[in-house]
Structures are given as C-alpha cells and as structure tokens.
Design a protein around this ligand. Structure first.
Ligand SMILES: Cc1ncc(C[n+]2csc(CCOP(=O)(O)OP(=O)(O)O)c2C)c(N)n1
Length: 281
C-alpha cells in the first residue's frame, strides 16, 4: 500500500508550493528576465521532493549520502533557487541577485556556484544520462541515495534523453526516478504540434521503465507516486506528471508567450495576488 499522508502535510506542502511560486514571480520581476511558465508548472513536484521526500543536509550540501536532484530543464532555475533558499541552502536575500553579474544564481543552474545544485544544466537533454551515471555510482559505492531527474516534455524531443533512458534500463537502475513535467507547452508553441511526444507511457515502457501517471499539481498524488517508486525493483521509474505551464497565474497559464518573459509591475502584483499573496516592498 502507498504510504498514508495526513491532510495537514498535504495542505502545508501545497501552501509552500504557492509561496515558492510567489517567490519565483518576484525573482523574475526583479531580474526582468528568466523563465516563469516552467517554474510554476514544476513547483509542486520540486516542493514535494525538497520538503518531504529527499534526504538532504542544507548545512552540508555535498553530504555523500544525500539524495540527488537534477533539474534537467535548467531554464526553470527560479523555482529551484526559491526552493533551495527556503530549504536553507543559502540566504533568501540572495534571491534578489538572480542573473546579476557575479551572482551565485545564474540564469541556468551552475553546480560550481550554487550550494545544492547537483548539475550544471540549461542545454536541454543531458540530465537523464547524468542521473543514470549518479545512480550507477551509488550502486558501485553501495550507497543508499536516490537520484531524481526533472525533465520537460519538450525536452523529450532531444534524442540524448533516450540514450539515458536506455542506459538506465540496461543497468536496472531502480534508484533512479525521472519525472516528466508534462505541460504540453514548449518555448514557442504546443509540444503536440511541434513534435509530439506521445504515446508517452508506451515509449517509456518500451524502453524498459516502470511508468506512473499522475496530476503534477495534486500533492497527494505526487507523494503517493514518490512512495510507490521505492517499491519498484530492477527497473527505473518515470513519473508522467500532467501539469499546466504557468500554473496559478490566469494570464500565464498554458501560453508559450510566458515561457521566458518577465512580468511588469502590474502583472507581478496580479500574479502574486492570484497566488495567494501580496507584493513585498
Ligand atoms: C539543447 C537545447 N535546445 C534548445 C534550448 C532552448 N530552450 C530552452 S527552454 C526550451 C523549451 C523547453 O520546453 P519544455 O522542456 O517543455 O520545458 P517547460 O515547458 O517545462 O518549461 C527550449 C527549446 C535549450 N535550452 N537547449
């Protein structure tokens, strides 16, 4: 049976995801640049991982036994930075420096700069192969950490993703979990128009993966799926998480025009309001 998660936990994590969305909006407004749509779609998944699922020690970001998270869709850096700061990897104050020269928070994640970032990403497609390498390394070291890789559905159009998928199945990497943030929107249009990735479940199954499908904005379903992953043996698992790009902000939802645009002050205020908060000074 999938673990029971109390209502209180679900509500707390869902609220936290909203708070992290608000933080991401503020960051992108301050920087007047970066990627909100794919940050807002990933917020619930990233919150569940960092505030419930993963073993971490923010005071010791390179603790050998930590679970690893790879943001393969590296352009969603704002939600990762908002989460890392909230989890205590670095001061929240630093979030204001997003994309500034010499900041530790560059437009795309840099593992040599930012505490808690496991992989330098941004060039789409590479996270799954690196994640498979980490998972294989864990096995060779007899270490118990797990590796989670978050991919965009548009990113799945990159052939190298499937090389990683083959490798993970060949080595039966049960300690590797891929999560597809399946919002059906990429940079300049719908994924189903530009280069369809369906049939999604059949593809991953054919590559030898265990597949789970869920609503990527339903915290209970996310936690249940992450629990179920741990009962799967001799195969990697992929969570196909159905999401909405720009989730929570009415004028951003499902629009590729908000893939990489910064809000005006009025739009920022409205977005934060719709996400249940008030703009801070
Ligand atoms: C190899 C590579 N090609 C192109 C890009 C430019 N690019 C950045 S984000 C993006 C769209 C990604 O869509 P998706 O993976 O669905 O991300 P999400 O909708 O979750 O933001 C593209 C094409 C890139 N970063 N890397």
């Amino acid at each position: 049976m999938v673990g029971y998660h109390p209502e209180k936990l679900i509500a707390e994590l869902s609220d936290l995801a909203m708070e992290l969305r608000r933080t991401a909006v503020e960051m992108v407004f301050n920087a007047q640049s970066s990627h909100l749509g794919g940050s807002l779609s990933a917020a619930d998944i990233v919150t569940a991982l960092y505030f419930h699922q993963m073993k971490l020690d923010p005071a010791n970001p390179r603790w050998p036994e930590r679970d690893r998270f790879i943001l393969s869709k590296g352009h969603a850096a704002p939600i990762l930075y908002a989460t890392l700061a909230a989890r205590g990897f670095f001061p929240r104050e630093e979030l204001k420096t997003l994309r500034q020269l010499d900041s530790r928070l560059q437009g795309h994640p840099d593992r040599n700069k930012t505490p808690g970032v496991e992989m330098t990403s941004g060039a789409l497609g590479h996270g799954l192969s690196v994640g498979a390498g980490l998972a294989l390394a864990a096995r060779l070291d007899a270490a118990s950490y797990r590796t989670y890789v978050l991919l965009g559905d548009g990113e799945l159009q990159a052939g190298v993703v499937w090389e990683g998928a083959m490798e993970a199945a060949k080595f039966r990497l049960e300690n590797l979990t891929a999560i597809v943030d399946y919002n059906d929107v990429q940079l300049d249009g719908f994924v189903h128009d530009i280069m369809p990735v369906e049939p999604m479940l059949e593809k991953w199954n054919a590559f030898g993966w265990h597949t789970l499908e869920l609503d990527g904005h339903n915290m209970r379903q996310i936690l249940d799926a992450l629990d179920e992953v741990e009962s799967i043996h001799a195969r990697p698992t992929v969570l196909i998480a159905h999401t909405t790009k720009g989730k929570g902000v009415s004028f951003m939802e499902n629009l590729c025009t908000w893939h990489g645009r910064a809000p005006t002050l009025e739009q920022c205020a409205q977005a934060i309001n719709e996400l249940g908060g008030e703009i801070r000074g």
